[in-house]
Design a protein around this ligand. Structure first.
Ligand SMILES: Nc1ncnc2c1ncn2[C@@H]1O[C@H](COP(=O)(O)OP(=O)(O)OP(=O)(O)O)[C@@H](O)[C@H]1O
Length: 265
């Protein structure tokens, strides 16, 4: 039995001149799913994340979230509808503390501008106490309790990635888009990330992740969609995708079929 679609993408197309970065793409993320989007460099993964989150506008097609069409909304309107994302290149406020970074992610719910939250100003003071408690809980959830008041930029790379996830979670998203969450992580950090994503799945947060770490993707995800040159070339559970000849061929020039065994390299 398949769950209702939370994200429903229909015929999505984005062109840069003569090049289709994303072409006639259909994609569904079901409620509660933990799905992955993979493909060789330049396949269109980041372009698709930018389209979903509203940083880029499509040339064709539709994006629906929770039964409402969102593809004409601004990024912040989409965020208010329950969409959150992390970025391939971290986008934390490095000079401010970990907890303040989470509080910034919460501003959709607490009310008030970034500046007002950071300066603890005016009528937001009352809401602030509850927000700080919630931010603490989120930091504990991702395993960062011990560094609440450390500047974000002083944290290890793996901790900064987890802080980005905490900040994204602060907006209470229905769907979390994770752009290469394991990039640059050591094996211990990747193992901790995997546990974190499993905890999020247990909390019924739907996730779509772009990830090059095949071991992580193969072990963790319900469904994998494979892009190549902007088009979907395969989709299905990990076992089916890793055995798919079109997928192996798409990666052959990159790292070869061994890429898909899901073994730690
Ligand atoms: N702003 C842009 N202008 C022109 N072409 C672009 C632009 N952004 C992306 N592209 C092209 O669109 C295609 C898809 O790029 P995209 O970055 O989405 O791929 P990707 O799958 O995320 O790659 P990677 O794994 O390297 O991050 C590529 O051919 C890329 O060169």
């Amino acid at each position: 039995m398949s769950a209702a679609p939370l994200l429903n993408i229909k015929g999505l197309t984005l062109r840069y001149g003569g090049l289709a970065a994303v072409e006639d793409l259909d994609l569904i993320v079901a409620e509660g799913a933990l799905d992955a989007l993979i493909g060789p460099n330049g396949a269109g993964k980041t372009s698709l994340f930018n389209l979903i989150s509203g940083l880029t506008r499509q040339d064709d097609g539709e994006i629906w979230l929770g039964g409402a069409r969102i593809d004409r909304l601004s990024p912040s309107q989409r965020a208010r509808r329950g969409l959150a994302r992390t970025f391939q290149n971290l986008r934390l406020f490095t000079e401010t503390t970990a907890i303040e970074n989470v509080l910034v992610g919460m501003h959709l719910h607490v009310g008030g501008s970034l500046l007002e939250i950071l300066t603890r100003f005016g009528r937001f003071r009352q809401a602030e106490r509850a927000a700080v408690d919630a931010a603490r809980e989120l930091l504990a959830f991702v395993g960062l309790s011990s560094v609440e008041y450390a500047p974000a930029g002083s944290l290890s790379y793996g901790d900064q990635r987890r802080l980005e996830i905490a900040r994204a979670l602060a907006a209470k998203p229905k769907l979390l888009l994770l752009d290469e969450p394991a990039a640059g992580m050591n094996p211990a950090e990747t193992a901790a990330l995997r546990l974190l994503l499993e905890k999020l799945r247990a909390q019924k947060i739907s996730m779509l992740l772009v990830e090059h770490d095949m071991s992580l993707v193969m072990r963790l995800c319900d469904k994998i969609t494979v892009l190549n040159f902007g088009r979907k070339i395969a989709e299905g559970p990990p076992d089916a995708v890793r055995a798919n000849p079109a997928v192996i061929e798409a990666y052959l020039g990159v790292k070869g079929a061994a890429h898909f065994r899901g073994d730690a390299a």
